[in-house]
Each structure stands twice: as C-alpha cells, then as structure tokens.
Design a protein around this ligand. Structure first.
Ligand SMILES: [Fe+2]
Length: 263
C-alpha cells in the first residue's frame, strides 16, 4: 500500500509532535509493509498554518533522520487543504502543496457541511489542470445522509480518498456503514491512514486492510491501495472505475437506517 494521507511531518500541525514521534510512526508504517507515504499537513485558510516552504524544511529534516536510523520509508510533500474559495490562488502562489507536486490536490470538507461553492471549486481546479481528491468523504454528515452528493461530485471530475480506520468502525457505526456503501458503489479511488500519531491515530492499518479485502474485489483492492496512488506519485492520469448511483431502495442501507433509527 501507498499512503496518500498522513500527518507524519513533525511539529507542523496536529500530527507528529516531534521528530521522535515521526520516526515511531515510520517504524509502524514499515511494519505494515508501507514504504511510500505522502505527508499531508492541514492547511486552513485564515488560520495560522505552516507554509509549503516550512513543510519542505520539516520534510528534509525527517528524511535525514530516517536515513540516519536506517528506515527505508519514502516520504513526499503534500497538504490536506481545507475547502476555501481561494484554493486555486493558494496553489498558484505555492502557499500549499499538491500531492508530491503532481496534479492531484487533497481537499478537506467541513465535517458537518458541504460548501455551496464546491462545484465551482472543482470546475476551477480542473480548468487549471488539477485533479481534486476529497479526503474522507465517509466522515461528512451530508454524504452520510446522501451518498449521491459524492456521486455527483465524482461525475463533475472529483476523486475520493477513504480513511482506512473507517472500515473498522473507529469513527463510529454510521461512518463505517457509509464507508461500505461508498466502496460498494465505486466511489472510492484511494485509501489512506490519516495517521496523526504513534498511538491513538496510528498508521497501523493491518486490521483495516484485512477488512477491506472482504469488502471489495481483488482488482479494486489493488487499485485503491497501490495502483491509483502510484499514479499520484508519478503524476500520471488514469481512468477511474465508473461510480454507481446509490439507490434509496438499497436494502442493506435502509435496513440499517431503520434499525439504528438514524438520519
Ligand atoms: Fe488528515
């Protein structure tokens, strides 16, 4: 697996607090047979953030420490950019990084909302040659209530990255069920750990990957864990599988909704 969503960089956001923790996370990655990771520190426009330059300096320090420790983990630059009207400007001015300086851009939605301007942002990004990737859509309240919001955004040209701990139910049952629905409907193009630390939000995803294998076919498993992320690292385009529209009559999801009295 290649991880396209990680807060492994030391002391730049709410991820690894220092280089020691970054190294501890690196050891966990390697123990999980993951040797390529894109570092994606948060960037929230209007708040205090580490700039792309500072993140690059932190990345260089981490690479040096990894080398000294003999840890064979490749770490690349990136950002998880909180949705903003100015996202294209932030990219143009190089205040934020795309994933390994490719065309692919990782975007975070608010947990409880979908910005009304999101379709314009997607359009603008595509026009400029970027490919927007929506981070952990299964955690968004509106998408939990209506998975077809994501279906529509994918049809507008966006892609989506699922957090692996979602399939284990680490963020709760509703998010787990939504993760399963999105996977079942080909709405997920990449998985990531969204690891923040060595313990609570760890890169240890062995169990999640094991569960994922039972949720998708072998071809899809290879695509979303390795083949599609490789295209990001290489900055290549690829043809994603066609998403399926979620139908309200889908028995399993309705059954769960009724059973759990949710939404
Ligand atoms: Fe994240």
């Amino acid at each position: 697996m290649i991880d396209i969503h990680s807060h492994i960089l030391p002391n730049v956001d709410d991820g690894a607090k220092d280089i020691e923790e970054s190294l501890a996370m690196a050891r966990i990655y390697l123990d999980n047979n993951i040797n390529k990771v894109i570092a994606t520190p948060h960037y929230i426009d209007g708040f205090e953030n580490c700039s792309k330059d500072k993140n690059i300096i932190a990345l260089e320090k981490l690479k040096e420490a990894l080398y000294k420790e003999g840890l064979n983990l490749d770490v690349y630059i990136g950002n998880e950019i909180y949705t903003s009207m100015d996202i294209v400007t932030l990219l143009d001015e190089e205040r934020v990084a795309t994933l390994n300086n490719s065309r692919y851009v990782l975007i975070e939605f608010p947990m409880f909302d979908i910005p009304i301007f999101i379709e314009n942002i997607i359009y603008e990004l595509l026009l400029k040659g970027y490919v927007p990737i929506i981070a952990h859509p299964e955690r968004n309240k509106n998408i939990i209530e209506n998975p077809n919001i994501l279906y529509n955004l994918i049809n507008k040209g966006a892609m989506a990255q699922l957090n692996l701990p979602s399939v284990e139910g680490k963020y709760g049952e509703k998010i787990k069920t939504t993760a399963e629905v999105l996977l079942e409907h080909n709405m997920i193009h990449f998985v990531g750990t969204d690891a923040h630390s060595q313990d609570r939000r760890t890169p240890n995803v062995k169990n999640s990957l094991h569960l994922l294998k039972n949720l998708v076919d072998c071809k899809t498993y290879d695509e979303i864990t390795f083949l599609n992320p490789s295209k990001i690292i290489e900055d290549k385009v690829f043809e994603p599988s066609i998403p399926k529209k979620y139908k309200e009559t889908s028995g399993f999801f309705n059954f769960l909704k009724a059973k759990m009295n949710i939404f």
